[in-house]
Design a protein around this ligand. Structure first.
Ligand code: HSE
Length: 405
C-alpha cells in the first residue's frame, strides 16, 4: 500500500479524493499497489463528509509520518504551499501539484530538490487541466527541438469568449457562470487579465526550451477590453477571438506573449470552444502536433493530479527526468514581431478611410451593418513597433486586436 496525503480540500483536493475513490481498483492496478489517502489537510472541518476522519489541521502530522510517501498539494497560491512542498521534499516525500503559480515561480528549485533525493516533483495538472502535455514534453517529444508552442491555456476565458460569441452574453454574466462551475481562479483577475495563461506558457516554454522563462517578462494582455462589438466584427469576418499564449524560437531568439488574437477558420485552435483547451506544438522533426481536452474544472484537473500520483507510486525511488534548468532564458522584445492587426475607428466614412490609408497604406475595410459611425480595417504585415507609431497618428481609434495568421 502507498499512503498519500492531500493538502487542501477545495475544488482540486476534493476532486483528487473523488477520482481515487471512483477508480480505486483500476488505479491500484496501474500503480502496481493500492493508493490509500491517509490524511487531508485543511483549516476547515467537514462534519458528515466521509473525509472527516482523515482531516488534520497540522502539517507536521503529515510531514512527520514516515508512512506518507506522496503529498498532493492542492492549496494553490505561493504560501504556505511553497514552504509545505519544500518540507515534504526535504523529508523524501514526492509531491504532485496543480499549482501553476508555485511551479512557474519555483519549478526548477523544486525539481532539483526532488532529483537530489531520488524522488519526484510532478505537475501535469498545472497546464491544460486534464490534457496530458507536461508528460509528452518530458517523454514523447524528446527527439525534437520544439520551436513553437501556441495554446488556449485558460478555460475560463475561452468559456467567456465562446459564450459571448454564441449567445451574445455579457462578459460579467459568463464570468459568474464560470466561477460557479469551478473553472475560475479564486481571484478571477488571474484568468481575465491573462496571468494564469502567462504562468502556464512560462512553464511549458521552460520545459520545451530547457531554461527558465520568467513569467514576469512575458508580454501579457487579457480579455477585459474585448467587447460585444469586437465579437460582431469577428463574426462578420467568419473568424473567432481567442486568448492565446504563445512562445516561439526563431534562430537564436525566443519570443513569448499572451494576448487575444483573431483566428481564421483554418487555424487548428479555431474550433477549441468553451472550457476546452488546445495546445499546438511544432517540433523540428515531428512537424505539428495538437493536444486537446478539458482545460479546467474539478475532475479533469484531479485526473491529471492522480495520474502524477500513479507515476510517483511507480517511481518511489527514482526521479522521472525533466529538462528545466534554473538558468534564465532571455526573451526578445515582441516589438520586432511582425503580424497583421485588426483595428476599429470611428468617424465619417470617407474622411476616415482616407485618413487610415494615409497612415497605414493599403488596408482591408470591414463594416458591420448594425454598427453606425465606425468601421474596422485590417493592416498589412507590420511590426508591433511600427503599428504603435501609426496607431498614435490615427484619430478616432477605438481598439485593436492582433491577427494570428
Ligand atoms: N482558472 C484556470 C482556467 C483553471 O480557467 O484555466 C485551470 O488551470
Amino acid at each position: 500500500m502507498v499512503n498519500i496525503a492531500v493538502l487542501g480540500y477545495g475544488t482540486v483536493g476534493s476532486g483528487v479524493v473523488e477520482v481515487l475513490n471512483t477508480n480505486k481498483e483500476s488505479i491500484g492496478k496501474k500503480a502496481g499497489d493500492e493508493i490509500q489517502i491517509k490524511y487531508v489537510l485543511d483549516l476547515r472541518d467537514f462534519p458528515g463528509d466521509p473525509i472527516q476522519n482523515k482531516i488534520v489541521h497540522d502539517i507536521d502530522i503529515i510531514l512527520n509520518d514516515e508512512d506518507i510517501k506522496i503529498v498532493v498539494e492542492a492549496m494553490g497560491g505561493i504560501e504556505p504551499a511553497y514552504t509545505f512542498v519544500k518540507r515534504a521534499l526535504l523529508g523524501k516525500k514526492s509531491v504532485c501539484t496543480s499549482n501553476k503559480e508555485l511551479v512557474a515561480k519555483h519549478g526548477p528549485e523544486l525539481l532539483d530538490m526532488a532529483r537530489e533525493r531520488d524522488i519526484n516533483f510532478l505537475f501535469e495538472a498545472s497546464c491544460g487541466g486534464g490534457i496530458p502535455i507536461i508528460r509528452p514534453l518530458n517523454s514523447s517529444l524528446t527527439a525534437d527541438e520544439i520551436d513553437e508552442i501556441t495554446g488556449i491555456l485558460n478555460g475560463t476565458t475561452n468559456y467567456i469568449l465562446t459564450k459571448m460569441d454564441k449567445d451574445g452574453s455579457s462578459f460579467e454574466e459568463v464570468l459568474k457562470d464560470a466561477q460557479e462551475k469551478g473553472y475560475a481562479e479564486r481571484n478571477p483577475e488571474a484568468d481575465v487579465e491573462g496571468h494564469d495563461a502567462c504562468r502556464k506558457i512560462a512553464i511549458l516554454s521552460s520545459l520545451a526550451f530547457g531554461n527558465s522563462v520568467h513569467y514576469e517578462e512575458i508580454y501579457t494582455e487579457g480579455i477585459i477590453n474585448i467587447t460585444s462589438e469586437d465579437i460582431l466584427y469577428a463574426k462578420e469576418l467568419g473568424w473567432a477571438i481567442k486568448l492565446l499564449a504563445s512562445s516561439k524560437k526563431e534562430g537564436d531568439s525566443f519570443y513569448a506573449m499572451v494576448a487575444p488574437f483573431l483566428l481564421n477558420k483554418e487555424h487548428p485552435l479555431y474550433n477549441v470552444h468553451g472550457v476546452f483547451n488546445g495546445i499546438f506544438i511544432h517540433g523540428n522533426v515531428l512537424g505539428d502536433a495538437m493536444f486537446y481536452g478539458s482545460g479546467a474544472g474539478k475532475l479533469p484537473t484531479a485526473s491529471a493530479v492522480v495520474a502524477d500520483v500513479v507515476d510517483c507510486a511507480k517511481h518511489l525511488h527514482r526521479t522521472v527526468m525533466s529538462y528545466w534548468s534554473s538558468k534564465k532564458l532571455h526573451l526578445t522584445s515582441i516589438e520586432e514581431a511582425k503580424r497583421r492587426f485588426f483595428v476599429r475607428a470611428k468617424g465619417a466614412r470617407e474622411e476616415l478611410v482616407s485618413n487610415i490609408e494615409n497612415i497605414f497604406g493599403k488596408v482591408d475595410i470591414v463594416q458591420v451593418p448594425s454598427l453606425k459611425g465606425e468601421l474596422g480595417f485590417i493592416t498589412s504585415l507590420i511590426s508591433e513597433k511600427e503599428y504603435k507609431e501609426k496607431e498614435e497618428k490615427l484619430e478616432g481609434m477605438i481598439s485593436r486586436i492582433r491577427i494570428m495568421d
